[in-house]
Structure formats: structure tokens, C-alpha cells
Design a protein around this ligand. Structure first.
Ligand code: G4P
Length: 534
């Protein structure tokens, strides 16, 4: 087999995805079960402290420190059914959802976990919008069927009306809670029994009871549930959306699965279907057009930078997604934004609990490399001799703003260094007053807990005490066409504030949405954007 064919083969068996959910829907539990089935861990419960999301910030910091590497940044790789699966772990706490947004930029598909008793919840909506923006396939796992659940038709309606995506159930629940009988698999027209799974029949998928004239299914679930199932089936077959893989690929149709992660029910079937339907690494857009994963010998982009919480060695890890070809640890790569050839040092894969130094990786894989402070989010790496740039990663609009000052004016230098580095990691965004430069710094965050993390890190890592005064702004907009409408000339509302970002791009802060509309009305031709490309 030629080298190119061997590489293409490796790439085509990669499946890289992230799980999105509202806290408590069961993301951690499902992740654990995936790893368990993939043989990556031996015992469920070892992925991470489940209660992390509910910890106070100080506890969270302790956990980060103990672990050495952030609990927010694992990439879990395991083998299943001949596929090499990369599961991008995302933080549980919604205040760190910006991390999740960025991680989604590196995924080829997403799994949305929904609590069957709650339906679509707030956090899911936000994350879902990012997936839609990227047009990546979204698979739905409706979890906790072993508890009282909403009516399955209601759940489908809920997903369709709130998220605006069509749904197609792959399987269908029979009862729920104490009366949960199992699921009906639509393709094989058979029932997988929950009771059999509870009795430890591991190969429950093999023990399907056909829904036919034999009467076996009816006696398994009882006449009432059987009648209901036949009725539901007719409705689904008659009025439901048919499975259309081309719509799934564009993120327009979500295959839906019902199950219960805690009791292992439906997890293996989900994984099998998912790996079959989920896409292999897709081409990625650059300033030279789409780059095919199998064509270009090597390329990658940085989607996340994470400082090690260990004070003793203040190293930074840049996470990059390999987008094409093969990464070979022994070879030099080209850092396009830095204009330099270099060898990426200590390339590693980050498993739940440990790091493993690696020699090679393929398109679809995520590697963490030591960052000497040269890399930024969005940077592209290529084979020497090639210098295209992948599209940047959008900066998400912060929703909370504060003015930050150092308490000891003698520590200005440390303060600026610290805050700039933390901003480079994307943990916060910093803005300057429009006219006065770096004198006053305004920090923007997506979740308020990030303010606490900032204070903690400045004090502990940079030895700088700061004072933070929260500001009333809630909305930020980048000026898309400052050449046509200069920021200084904008006629704004009284609550509008002009600032600029680190790249000197002008932005506007507003206290409410109404003011944005008003400002647009008053300034003809002005274009405002909610996201900015790095
Ligand atoms: P998250 O990562 O999305 O925040 O959710 P996580 O997996 O931590 O699950 C949240 C809670 O829901 C946990 O209970 C978990 O055991 C439970 N859970 C997850 N999947 C299922 C399921 O299929 N059925 C049922 N009945 N419960 C499920 P907890 O009480 O908060 O934690 P623990 O005491 O179980 O550790």
C-alpha cells in the first residue's frame, strides 16, 4: 500500500465529535459509557469528578491544579468497530461555554444529549446554534428514559420547534420510568427489552424480539403498550420525516435515539449507528479554498490554548486539530502566522487522566503541543513550503464586562503581561478605551465565573492583585465596515461606549438591544457583527 493510500485509510476511519448538553442531562455519564465500551477505561466513574460543574471556583481551581492539565480540555480517543474515535470533552459549567464553542470548531459532528423529562434546555440552544453555524451533523440522544419522561412525540416537537431542525427517530421508546419496556428499532422492526438489559444480558442488541404476528412482542411488553407501539409506528411511518443521510450531513436532520446512559441501555446501539452515519474528517476552508484531508500532506489549526495551572512550570499547551494528512513528530512544520519553520515539541494526546507523547497523528486527531508563547487561537500549521491559512475561529460576543485596574501601580508590567497572556488563551477578551490606549482595560467574558478565574490566576500566577468593577454593558458589536463608517463619527445612544480590541479593531458596547437598533437607524450604512473572525 502506498503511503498516501495508508494515510487516506487512517483518515477515513476517524470520527471526531463533541457532546453538547445542558448541565445534568447526562453528558458525563454517556461519555463514560462510550469510553467503557471503547475499552479506554475500566471503570465508569473515572472520567472526572462528576460534581465538578457544581463546585465553587476555588474548588474548581484545586481540581485543575491537581490534575496538572485542565479538566476542561481532555480529548478522549478510543477504538470502536474499526473506527478511531476522538471525543472532544467540553466543560460542564456554562460559564465556560466559550471553551465549548471553540471546541465545536474542531469537531466534525456533535451529539446532543437531552434529558427526557425536560426537553430542550437553555444551554443546549446556545451550543446548538454554533453547530448550525458550522453545518455539522447533529445526533440526538434522549437520555434518562428509565425515569418519568415527556411524551416522545412532544419531545420531537420540542426539538423541531425550538431548534428548528427536522428529526428522524432511529428507535422509539416503549413506556418510560418504572414502566420503561425498551425501545423499538425501526430498521429491524424489533424490540430491545430494557428488562433483558437490566438482567445483565450484555448482548441485548442480539436479543431482538420481532414485532410480527408471532405474538412474542405483545407478550413481552403487554397488550396496552403493544397497541400503543403499533399506533405510534403508523404515525411515524406515515407522517414522520424519512431518514435522509444527505440532510443529516448538512445538519438539517437529526437522527434521534432514546436510551438511558446510567443503565447502559441504548448506548452501544447508539454508538454503532452513530459511527456509521457520522462523517469522516471533512475538507476545511482556507484562503486557498477547501483543503482536502487526503490531499495536503499535513496541516492543522489551533483551536484552544490552555495554560497549565501548575505554577511551578507555567507552560502552555496549544491544542490543534490535524486537518489534513499525517503529523509526524520527527518532522518540521511551518507556522504560517509566525512565518517560521519549527518542530512541535512534546506532541501529546490528552486522555482523561494522563498525557501520552505521540509520534504521529492523522487528520481528525487532536494533539496538544507545548506552546512557548508564540501561538494564538486560529493559527495554521502546514508542511514547509505551503502557507495557506485556515479560516479564523470566531470570537464569541462576551455578555459581561468589567474595568480592571492593578492595585499596586508598580506592577503595571506584570499586570499587562498576565492579562494579555490570559486573553491570548481565549479565557477572557480584553478591550481598550477608544482613545487612551492600554491605560484602562476592559475585560469581557461569556460567563461571570471567568472573572473569578481571572482574579485568581493574576494573583497566583502573576502575583498581581487587581480591582474589578463590573460595567452595565451586556452587548458588544464589532464594526464591520470602519473604513466607510469611522467609529469616531458614529452617532450612538447615551449608553453606547466605543472601545477597541487588541488588534485595534473598533467595537461598540451597549446596555440593551434596543440601543443597537437605534444606533443602526441613526447611522446609515453602518454594519455591526456579533462575532469577529480572529
Ligand atoms: P452532565 O455531565 O450532563 O452534567 O450530567 P451527568 O452525567 O453528571 O448526570 C447528571 C445526573 O443524572 C447524575 O446524577 C447521573 O447519575 C444522572 N443520570 C445520567 N444519566 C441517567 C440516566 O440515564 N438515568 C437516570 N435515572 N439518571 C441518569 P446525580 O445524582 O447528580 O449524580 P450521582 O449521584 O449519580 O453521581
Amino acid at each position: 500500500m502506498s503511503d498516501k493510500t495508508a494515510i487516506a485509510k487512517e483518515i477515513s476511519r476517524r470520527r471526531t465529535f463533541a457532546i453538547i448538553s445542558h448541565p445534568d442531562a447526562g453528558k458525563t455519564t454517556l461519555t463514560e459509557k462510550f469510553l467503557l465500551y471503547g475499552g479506554a477505561i475500566n471503570l465508569a466513574g473515572s472520567v472526572k469528578g462528576k460534581k465538578t460543574a457544581r463546585h465553587a471556583v476555588s474548588d474548581w481551581m484545586e481540581i485543575e491544579k491537581e490534575r496538572g492539565i485542565s479538566v476542561t480540555s481532555s480529548v478522549l480517543q478510543f477504538e470502536y468497530d474499526g473506527c478511531c474515535v476522538n471525543l472532544l470533552d467540553t466543560p460542564g459549567h456554562q460559564d465556560f461555554s466559550e471553551d465549548t464553542y471553540r471546541t465545536l470548531m474542531a469537531a466534525d459532528s456533535a451529539v446532543m444529549v437531552i434529558d427526557a423529562s425536560k426537553g430542550v434546555e437553555a444551554q443546549t440552544i446556545k451550543l446548538f446554534k454554533v453547530c448550525v453555524m458550522r453545518h455539522i451533523p447533529i445526533f440526538t440522544f434522549i437520555n434518562k428514559m428509565d425515569r418519568e419522561a415527556l411524551d416522545p412525540f412532544e419531545l420531537m416537537d420540542n426539538i423541531e420547534s425550538i431548534l428548528g431542525i427536522s428529526t428522524c427517530p432511529v428507535n422509539w421508546p416503549i413506556g418510560c420510568g418504572r414502566e420503561f419496556k425498551g425501545v423499538y428499532d425501526r430498521a429491524s422492526e424489533s424490540i430491545m427489552s430494557f428488562e433483558a438489559a437490566m438482567n445483565g444480558q450484555k448482548e441485548v442488541a442480539e436479543h431482538r424480539i420481532p414485532v410480527d404476528d408471532s405474538g412474542a412482542a405483545e407478550s413481552l411488553i403487554g397488550s396496552a403498550f403493544y397497541e400503543q407501539l403499533l399506533e405510534d409506528r403508523e404515525l411515524l411511518d406515515g407522517a414522520g420525516q424519512e431518514m435522509d443521510l444527505s440532510m443529516v450531513a448538512k445538519g438539517e436532520l437529526s437522527p434521534v435515539f432514546f436510551g438511558s446512559a446510567l443503565t447502559n441501555f441504548g448506548v452501544a446501539t447508539f454508538l454503532e449507528h452513530f459511527l456509521q452515519m457520522a462523517p469522516k474528517p471533512a475538507p476545511r476552508h482556507s484562503d486557498e479554498g477547501d483543503i482536502e484531508p487526503e490531499e495536503e500532506p499535513f496541516s492543522a489549526f489551533v483551536f484552544k490554548i490552555q495554560a497549565n495551572m501548575n505554577k511551578a512550570h507555567r507552560d502552555r499547551i496549544a491544542f490543534m486539530r490535524v486537518c489534513s494528512g499525517r503529523f509526524d513528530a520527527g518532522k518540521e512544520v511551518y507556522h504560517v502566522q509566525g512565518g517560521k519553520k519549527l518542530r512541535l515539541s512534546q506532541p501529546q494526546q490528552l486522555m482523561a487522566q494522563d498525557r501520552k507523547v505521540i509520534d504521529e497523528a492523522y487528520a481528525g486527531d487532536i494533539i496538544g503541543v507545548f506552546d512557548p508563547g508564540l501561538f494564538s487561537i486560529g493559527d495554521t500549521f502546514t508542511t514547509p513550503g505551503r502557507s495557506f491559512r485556515y479560516d479564523g475561529i470566531p470570537t464569541f460576543a462576551p455578555e459581561h464586562f468589567a474595568r480592571v485596574r492593578q492595585v499596586d501601580t508598580m506592577k503595571r508590567k506584570q499586570f499587562l503581561k498576565g492579562i494579555t497572556q490570559i486573553a491570548q488563551e481565549g479565557a477572557i477578551q480584553i478591550f481598550q478605551e477608544f482613545n487612551t490606549g492600554m491605560e484602562e482595560i476592559i475585560v469581557g467574558v461569556v460567563g461571570v465565573l471567568q472573572f473569578d478565574v481571572l482574579l485568581y490566576r493574576l494573583e497566583n500566577e502573576y502575583n498581581v492583585e487587581v480591582k474589578l468593577t463590573q460595567l452595565p454593558y451586556e452587548y458588544i458589536r464589532w464594526i464591520e465596515n470602519p473604513e466607510e463608517v469611522p467609529a469616531a463619527s458614529i452617532q450612538g445612544t447615551s449608553d453606547m461606549k466605543r472601545v477597541k480590541d487588541l488588534k485595534d479593531r473598533p467595537l461598540l458596547l451597549f446596555e440593551n438591544e434596543w440601543s443597537i437598533g437605534m444606533t443602526l437607524d441613526r447611522n446609515k450604512g453602518l454594519r455591526l457583527a456579533e462575532f469577529s473572525q480572529n
